[in-house]
Design a protein around this ligand. Structure first.
Ligand code: SAM
Length: 271
């Protein structure tokens, strides 16, 4: 295979100055990108859905790992650069210009792709919440997502910690998230203000008889007043006080001490 041009040359050639409005902070470190590309596990021959490829640093690493990549990028300026990259990996890269929040991702795949993304944090969180809230079984095999460290901590947080809240329960009731690696802010060009982390999420079996809406209603009420006792914060949720009694969940506890399993049991009782 002909050697790929250095990423910085690609940036120069296509005039890809980082746009603040599009949340562009690019990664150039080949070793770091190769490590991120390994987070989903064995990707040789696997389908990968990459969101926000930008100039294609992570895309390269995924292609070099043997994946077949479908990449959705909103910034039109990046498309020719990505198409040039595709020329080095015939039939392995499909580039779609579009907004990942609007693209019908499941329709793009016959099987279940691994999702990999280094996105602006607001877009990443919106996509994650959407993907975790959709009908189960999910259309994806795993999610490998870069977040600011603080958001990554909230996704994997355990009860009793400051970071534990709605996002932790949403992420953990039917999937298993872990922080795969931290990424220093200096790895990005330009460097963002905060540290980042790559989160790896694999789906788990959803507990029977639990409605997501009920669970979200409970966590919304409980964490909406996280310093209050449950008997106070859940007062407005019909049946919650009785369900706590039945399940022997002490109503003088606060939301942040309630485990995911306990929230699920409560939601089940109310569903
Ligand atoms: N993946 C590249 C890397 O690691 O160097 C670029 C990362 S940069 C943080 C985020 C990328 O997501 C940018 O290329 C940006 O244009 C793109 N992006 C932002 N919002 C998007 C959206 N809604 N849909 C698709 N791509 C988006």
């Amino acid at each position: 295979m002909t050697e790929l041009p250095p990423l910085r040359e690609v940036i120069k050639k296509y005039g890809l100055s980082a746009s603040k409005a599009l949340g562009q902070n690019f990664l150039f470190d080949h070793q770091l990108l190769a490590r991120i590309a390994k987070v989903p596990g064995q990707i040789d021959g696997a389908e990968v859905f990459e969101v926000g490829p930008g100039p294609g640093g992570l895309t390269r690493a995924l292609l070099e790992g043997g994946a077949r990549v479908t990449a959705v990028e909103r910034d039109r300026r990046c498309i020719p650069a990505l198409e040039e990259l595709g020329g080095y990996f015939p039939d392995k890269l499909r580039v779609i210009e579009g907004d990942a929040l609007e693209v019908d991702a499941p329709a793009l795949f016959a099987g279940k792709p691994h999702v990999v993304a280094n996105l602006p944090y607001n877009v990443g969180t919106a996509l994650l919440v959407g993907w975790l809230s959709a009908a189960w079984e999910p259309w994806w095999a795993s999610l490998t997502l870069m977040f600011q460290k603080e958001v990554a901590d909230r996704i994997v947080a355990a009860p009793g910690s400051e970071a534990y809240g709605r996002l932790a329960v949403l992420a953990q009731w039917r999937s298993t998230p872990r922080i795969a690696m931290g990424v220093h802010r200096s790895a990005f060009t330009p460097p963002p203000k905060v540290m980042s982390a790559v989160v790896h999420i694999v789906p788990a079996a959803a507990p029977d008889g639990v409605k997501l809406k009920t669970l979200e209603g409970l966590t919304g009420a409980a964490f909406g007043q996280r310093r209050k006792m449950l008997r106070q914060s859940l007062k407005g949720v019909p049946g919650a006080i009785e369900a706590m009694e039945t399940l022997a969940i002490d109503s003088s506890r606060r939301a942040e001490t309630v485990t995911v399993e306990e929230f699920v049991a409560l939601a089940k009782a109310l569903s």
